[in-house]
Write a protein that binds this ligand. Sequence first.
Ligand code: GAP
Length: 459
Amino acid sequence: MAGATMDKVVSLCKRRGFLFQGSELYGGLQGTWDYGPMGVELKNNVKRAWWRANVYERDDVEGLDAAILMNKLVLRYSGHEATFSDPLVDCRKCKKRFRVDQIEPNEKCPAGGTHDLTEPRPFNLMFKTTVGPIENDENIAYLRPETAQGIFVNFKNVLDSTNRKLPFGIAQIGKSYRNEITPKNFIFRVREFEQMEIEYFVMPGTDEEWHRRWIEERVAWYHQYGIRSENLKQYPQTGDELSHYSKATTDLLYRFFPEREEGKQFDEVEGIANRTDYDLICHTKGGRTTFKDGSFLVNEHAVLKQTYFDQATNQHLTPYVIEPSGGVDRIALAFLMDAYEEQKLEGGKERTVLHLHPDLAPVKVAVIPLARNKPDMVEMAKRIKKTLQLTGRMRSLFDDSGNIGKCYARQDEIGTPFCVTVDHQSLEDHQVTVRHRDTMLQDRIAVDSLQGYLEERLR
Ligand code: GAP
C-alpha cells in the first residue's frame, strides 16, 4: 500500500477530470487552474462542508458575499496598497525573477555558474484594473487579494441589520487574486484562488480565549472530514513572521510534500490570526492605519465610525477580531492527498482509490449496467440513477463507460463511495448489487430499499 505524493495526485487529477491547466489550449496561463467535472464537485463540497460547520451549525455567525472589485480606498486604508508586497531579486544572467525567500544562495543559473542577483526590491502583489471606460489613475481598482477586507468594511452593515451582540462572526467564501512571483506546486500557490474566511468579533480582553477556541474548532473540522492527525500540525508564528496586524497567529500546516526530507514536508493550509482591533480602526472615520515602521495614515474618507455600542458599560468600543482564514484550493488539495491510496490486491492486481469522506466525494453513487448492449438493463440503471438524483441528497452518475472492472476502477479513483450494478437477475428479482468503495464488499439490495440503504450509509 502506498500513499500520496504531489506528483501522483496531479496525475490522477488530470486523468480523472479534477483539474486542468488554465488556458491549456493556448499554452496555459501560469498560476491558473480550471476545475473539471470532478474538481468542481469536490470544491463545492468542501465549501458546503465549511459553510455548514461555520454558519449553519453555529448560532453566532452570519454569511456575506461582498464584491471582488472594491473602491481602491478599501485597500489603501487596509494597508495593502503600501505594503502587500514580496521582496524580489532579478538574475542579471538568465533574466529570471525570484522571491528572496525562495531562492537558495549559490543556486545554479541556467545561463551558467550561479545566479548573479540584484538587490531585493518590493513588488506589489495586487492585480490592477480600470473601472469604467477611461483608463487613468483615478479609475484604478484592485482585484481583492483577500476576502477579509470585504467583511471589515461591512461590519456596521451586518451589525445594524442583524442586531447582533458580541461575540459574533461574519463568514465569506470567494475568489482572491495575487500576482504571485513564483506560482508553483499545482494548486498550492496560484494567482487566482478562493478563500474561506471568518472575521469573528469579540470583546477586547476575551480575544486570547477565542483565538484558542477557534484553533481547536478548525483542527477538529479537518479531522472530521478525514485528515489524519499525523498530517496536520499547528505552528504558532513568532517575531518577524507575524503580520503587522497580528498579535498572534497559528498556522495549520499540512503534509503537502511527504516525499521531501524531514522538516520540509509541511506547509500552510490555513492561518488563524488574532487581528486585534487593527482592521476596524483602519476602516473607521478618523481611524489610523499603522505600519510596521511606526508610520501611519489617517482615514479621511470613511463616512462613519465602525464601533460597537456596549450596553453593559454604555460605551462605544472597537471589537477585537479572530480570523480563521483558509484557501479552498489548498484545502481541497489536502483532502485529495490524504484520501489517496495505491493498494495491492489479491492475485497481483492493483488499484488506486480516494477514500474521500462521503460529504466531499464528487459523486456519491454510480449506477452501472452490467451489459451496456442490453436496453432493458440500461433503462433500469438510468431509472435508478434518476430516482436517486431526484432525492437532491446524493449526486448520482450513470456510468457505462467500460466493462464493470473499468467502471469500478474509475469510480474508485474519483472516490465514489458506492457503485450500484444492474445485472440480468435484477430485471427479474428487482435487486441490485451495491459495492462499497473502501472494502470492495458487495451487498444485494432490493431496488425499493436502495435509497434508504444508501442514505443511511452516506449520513
Ligand atoms: N486574510 C488573511 C489572509 O489572507 P493568508 O495567509 O495570506 O491570510 C490565507 O491567506 C489562506 O489563503 C492561506 O492559508 C492559503 O490557504 C490561501 N492562500 C493564500 N495565498 C494563496 C495562493 N497564492 N494560492 C493558493 N492559496 C493561497
